[in-house]
Write a new protein. Structure first.
Length: 145
């Protein structure tokens, strides 16, 4: 196993683990506390998680590309690109929802707020599924190396 393969696998694993935690524990708990508190908690949670998740996706992408470039196989490139694609997915698809959830003018008790929180959870679950799939693929390819 090369250093690039190891770094790609660890980055994907950390990304997947963090995303899975948010999908199965943090976001449902946030919602369970009530819509107003969910909106209030979203901001601090988002600020802390956004940079970490973006860095892990980019590191996984770059390390996957490096592993492919070093001759480890096209799978590293494909799965690395898929992990990296979560950055533009987040910026284009999820970011408008983030901005609205962070908008102090949003009525935290409104139907709009409820729908935004639900939509955010569904879209974040997409990131989770992709992150877990990339980690599983990287892990499998690492074991074969």
């Amino acid at each position: 196993m090369t250093i690039a393969m190891l770094v790609a696998t660890v980055a994907a694993g950390l990304f997947a683990g963090a995303a899975l935690y948010v999908t199965v524990a943090e976001h449902p708990a946030r919602l369970e506390c009530g819509q107003a508190l969910a909106i209030k908690e979203f901001g601090p949670s988002y600020r802390r998680a956004a940079v970490m998740q973006a860095v892990l996706a980019v590191v996984g992408l770059l390390a996957g590309v490096a592993a492919w470039y070093q001759g480890s196989g096209v799978g590293w490139l494909v799965w690395g690109l898929l992990l990296g694609a979560l950055v533009p997915f987040t910026l284009v698809v999820i970011m408008p929802i983030n901005r609205r959830l962070l908008d102090p003018r949003l009525d935290s008790g409104s139907d709009e707020a409820r729908e935004l929180l639900a939509r955010w959870g569904r879209l974040h679950a997409v990131r989770t599924v992709v992150g877990v799939a990339v980690f599983v693929a990287f892990s499998g390819m690492s074991l074969q190396a």
